[in-house]
Design a protein around this ligand. Sequence first.
Ligand SMILES: [Zn+2]
Length: 310
Amino acid sequence: MSIIIAVDVGGTQIRAAAYRRGSLEPVEMQRTPTRGEGAAFERMCTLIQSIWPEHEVVEKIVVALPGPLNPESGVIFSAPNIPGWENYPIGPELEKRFGIPVRIGNDANLAALGEWRFGAGQGHHHVLYMTISTGIGGGVINNGRLLLGTRGLATEVGHVTVLPDGPMCGCGQRGHLEALASGPAITLYVKEQMAGGAVSSLKNKESLSARDISEAAAQGDELAIQALARAGTYIGQALASFLHLFNPSVVILGGGVSFSGKFLLEPVKESLQKHVMDKSYLQELRIANAALGDNAGLMGALALGLLPDN
Ligand SMILES: [Zn+2]
C-alpha cells in the first residue's frame, strides 16, 4: 500500500504524518516549531524526511498552509508570521526536493474537506465549515466538491463586512466578521468595556483569552455572556448570508471559540432566524461542532491526497 504524507503548517508548529491508503491512523507523525533556527522551508523538509517510511512507496505530499494560495500553481501568496513566504512556489520547490507530486491547500479549506470526509460533515453533499479562533476561516463543499474559485481564493468567510466602518480587521479592512467575532476580537471588546467601567470578574486578570471569557460566562459573568452573545450575533448575521449563497445541509463550527457552548450558539441561532430571508433555509439544517479538533488540518490534507488528481 502506498503512503500519503500530510503536512499542516500552523502559526506555532509544523506537523507531518505519513498515512497508508485506507487508514486514518498515521504510520509516523512528528512536529517542529514553525519559527526557529533556519528557514521554515528547510525545517519542513527535514520534518518530512524524518517521517519518510523506509521500504515503502510515498505517492504524494499534501500541505495545509495558513494563507491565501493557488492550489493549481502551488504558490502561496503570503503566510502571516513566516518570513520569505510571499509569492513562494512551495509546491514546485517541494516537488524538486522530493521528486514526487505535491499538492497544497488553504488550511481552513482543507479542514472543511477533512470534516466532510471524516468528521461532522459525513453523509452531506453541501457543507459550510467555519473555524473561529485567532482568525475566522472556512470552506464550502458544494455538491461534493471543495469550492475554490478562479485562483483558489474563495470562501474567506471571516472577511465579509458585518459592520460598515467597524473595527479594523487583520487584513486591513474595517468591520469584517473576524474583527468582531474572533478570539482576539472578543477579548478586545471585553477589555474596552472594562476600561469604560463595566463590572466583570475578569477585571484583575493579567492576560485575557477567549477561553477565560468562556469560563467566566459559564460562571455567570454578565460582561462575558454579553461579549459572546455579541460575537454570536455577528456570526449568525454572516451565516445567514452564507446560507443564501450556498444553501448547505450542515453548518460545522470549529476552532476554540466555537466551544463556548450555548453562550455563543444560542445567539448564533437567534441571529440566523432574524437575518435569514426565508425560513426554508433553516429547515433540516444541521448546526454541528467540528469533530476533528487539532487534527483537522492533517486530516484535511489526507482527504485532499485521497481525491483523484483531476
Ligand atoms: Zn478582514
